[in-house]
Design a protein around this ligand. Structure first.
Ligand code: HEM
Length: 429
């Protein structure tokens, strides 16, 4: 990695050793920021050792299935806003075409703002809203932002000297202003909503280990950053694949219709997360082919180094970066027959046992895996379900038959806009 060697690991056994069995020797992600950038340094993704353990323990309760279930009505409402938005777009006879990623990004921005922070970001109704502007800016990959983020992940030691920061100045100020306002209002009103803001207030007021306000804001900022792009990207690829393969879409619609009819046509958390197993298969296959985070990383956190015996006599030195190229592994024919074929049957109850946990890692694994996995699945699946409840998805004129991936992006993204056609076709009348 530029100035220092890194170790690329592809063997499933070694991956297991590093991510799970010997986690204590590989606690941290590579990179980080410094004193000049506490929001970049102290967020859950980049924080190290003791601070990370403390934060992870405190933030985990927000992501339990009970908590997600209690938050589902807020998400359901944002799903309805998405449908209203589609309804208002100019229709052909009974269809609408849209740039899917753009619209789903507005959806996930509204979803995270509402579910995690209790804020009505209103991006779907007003794509010029401050939230929409800031979230887009966070991911705009200009040359300078590219250099800044590359340094934070690969050359953390120079970040202080060049005053490089993980979030843009604009993004940080907006996030700080918004979160502090919501926290103050919440404390004044004494109402509990059981969301992330309540957890941040508890962390602030904890007598034993009170946390700095910057540390609290940095958690909100990283949830936003880690949650909005990944989930909208995954849902976009899912809609693209089912537009391409109408048989898969038909099966999804049948499954969904049955689940809804059993529940008088009402969408519930259980339908989204438990009672649509084929949708789950489709989603896992989407994340196999398009893992939004294409590489997992760790650094050796054992000051004595880590011996690779019996695989090799190499001792991984302290702080050496470890890279696990999940995009390549998940598309490797050694592990997946005909790897570029979109085939949700790979994840059927009869076949799933053939897939090793360590060759399919879209959310990572072990103690440092994605904390927002359940939230991510819930919001992406809700968007897909809401759409399928009302529309059939088709390729539009000019939708590419093969996806070429963007080179200048941090996440797995299509090089060109994915525009799809949505034809009115209500599932339950
Ligand atoms: C489809 C959606 C998502 C995908 C594919 C995804 C993927 C990932 C991956 C691969 C990692 C690194 C795991 C590792 O190193 O083992 C990660 C970490 C993380 N994700 Fe997600 N993610 C998604 C959604 C979300 C959401 C919705 C949130 C928050 C609301 C979130 C918050 C985080 C955070 C904070 C971390 C760092 C955890 C830590 O270091 O303790 N993610 N995610």
């Amino acid at each position: 990695m530029f100035h220092k060697p890194a170790l690329l690991i592809k063997d499933p056994e070694l991956i297991k050793q590093i991510l799970v069995k010997d986690f204590n020797s590989f606690v941290n992600h590579v990179g980080g920021s410094d004193d000049h950038d506490p929001i970049g340094r102290d967020n859950l993704f980049l924080s190290k050792d003791g601070l990370w353990r403390n934060l992870r323990k405190k933030l985990t309760p927000f992501f339990t299935s009970g908590k997600m279930k209690s938050m589902f009505p807020f998400l359901d409402k944002i799903g309805d806003n998405l449908l209203d938005h589609m309804e208002q777009m100019s229709f052909g006879e009974n269809w609408v075409e849209m740039h899917v990623k753009e619209k789903l990004s507005l959806f996930t921005t509204d979803a995270i703002a509402s579910v995690a922070f209790g804020v009505d970001a209103n991006c779907l109704n007003n794509s010029e809203s401050e939230f929409a502007y800031i979230s887009k800016k966070m991911f705009d990959f200009t040359f300078w932002r590219g250099l800044e983020l590359t340094a934070i992940f690969l050359l953390p030691e120079i970040t202080k000297f060049f005053n490089l920061k993980m979030f843009t100045k604009e993004g940080t100020e907006f996030m700080a202003k918004t979160i502090m306002h919501v926290m103050n209002e919440r404390e004044k009103s004494k109402v509990r909503r059981n969301d992330l803001i309540d957890i941040l207030i508890e962390m602030k007021n904890n007598d034993e280990q009170p946390l700095e306000i910057e540390t609290l804001i940095s958690q909100a900022a990283v949830f936003f950053l880690a949650g909005y792009e990944t989930s909208s990207g995954a849902a976009t690829f899912a809609l693209y694949e089912i537009a391409k393969c109408q048989d898969i879409q038909n099966r999804l619609r049948v499954e969904l219709r049955e689940a809804l009819l059993k529940n008088q046509g009402e969408l519930t958390y259980d339908i989204v997360m438990n009672d649509t197993p084929y949708l789950h298969q489709v989603f896992l296959e989407v994340l196999r082919i398009y893992p939004t985070t294409p590489i997992l990383d760790r650094e050796c956190s054992n000051p004595n180094g880590y011996s690779l015996e019996p695989y090799s006599d190499f001792v991984i030195p302290y702080k050496m970066p470890i890279l696990i190229p999940i995009y390549g592994i998940q598309r490797d024919e050694k592990y997946f027959e005909d790897p570029l074929k979109f085939d949700p049957e790979r994840f059927s109850p009869d076949n799933i046992h053939k897939i090793s946990t360590f060759t399919n890692l879209p959310f990572g694994t072990g103690n440092r895996s994605c904390i927002g996995e359940r939230f991510g699945l819930m919001q992406s699946k809700t968007a897909i379900i809401k759409i399928l409840m009302n529309y059939r998805v088709e390729m539009a004129d000019g939708t590419p038959q093969e996806i070429r991936l963007a080179r200048n992006a941090l996440t797995v993204q299509s090089e060109v806009k994915i525009v799809l056609r949505f034809v009115k076709d209500e599932l339950v009348k």
